[in-house]
Design a protein. Structure first.
Length: 274
């Protein structure tokens, strides 16, 4: 029997990923338990509270004996996620972070395949948390890269997922502007076109560097994919223009060669007539 003065059982790590009740919510829970008694059992696993941590604490404070059941299933992570995600008032960021943190804990344990949750992909985790895949990917990034304190702030609803992501995302580097290329008055048309293409290539390189940084955060962002496609098209256009410049240079050389040949013939014919 667990009484008011008996040692308090610890919460299972999976149980701690769900935010605790506010003071007002906890007071309402105690009032309900005192008036109506315990209507839902508390599940335990390995001597710890797996599900029902708030009920357990309230019953202990009221001096009531908790009704507890040992969890005997093979998938405690799936059990606690399914039991709490829908009945709690959670934001999408909280749900995604809880699922990601729970799976991270499972991956860190030496558990067998039978007890692990089938949440090894972002798609599966997004389906479990009920959010979009991009939101789930951001939560995965948060759990993987952020300090535990920041993850806990998101799970407890003290900070939004997007704001937390901004805190761990490096500032976007400012791409240097290409230096203007001076135009020589007497340069040929081909040289002018080549200088313009060089300047265009520098701008393309700057865009590529910018997008590589952004892709690390938003791999599925449609705007970035559109930018990459535009860069690809500009790169191809640059290649075609360079080929055309080479063709023009070749034609120019042929024209000069032909003109020289005709000049030699003319001089030879003029000498013969003289």
């Amino acid at each position: 029997m667990t009484g008011k003065h008996n040692p308090i059982m610890e919460l299972h790590p999976l149980c701690t990923y769900f935010p605790r009740m506010s003071d007002d919510e906890f007071t309402s829970l105690k009032d309900n338990l005192q008036n109506n008694g315990q209507t839902h059992p508390i599940y335990t696993l390995d001597g710890m509270i797996l599900d029902g941590g708030n009920r357990y604490r309230a019953l202990c404070e009221l001096g009531m004996t908790p009704v507890m059941i040992e969890y005997t299933g093979s998938n405690p992570t799936q059990f606690i996620l399914s039991s709490n995600l829908l009945r709690r008032h959670l934001t999408q960021g909280q749900s995604a972070a809880i699922v990601s943190a729970s799976q991270s804990w499972v991956n860190a344990q030496a558990v067998s395949q039978s007890s692990a949750t089938p949440l090894d992909t972002a798609t599966a985790r997004a389906k479990q948390s009920g959010v979009g895949q991009r939101t789930q990917q951001l939560a995965d990034k948060l759990v993987k890269e952020a300090p535990a304190e920041l993850v806990k702030e998101v799970i407890d609803g003290k900070k939004s997922l997007n704001k937390a992501i901004k805190e761990i995302t490096p500032q976007k580097p400012v791409a240097p502007k290409p230096e203007p290329i001076p135009v020589v008055k007497q340069e040929s048309q081909e040289e002018q076109l080549s200088d313009m293409l060089d300047e265009q290539q520098q701008a393309i390189n700057a865009l590529e560097a910018d997008n590589k940084v952004m892709l690390k955060v938003f791999e599925s962002d449609d705007r970035i994919l559109t930018s990459l496609e535009e860069i690809k098209n500009l790169t191809e256009l640059n290649r075609v223009l360079n080929e055309r410049i080479n063709e023009l240079m070749t034609e120019k050389e042929e024209a000069v060669k032909t003109a020289k040949d005709w000049k030699d013939r003319f001089l030879k014919l003029e000498a013969e007539l003289s």
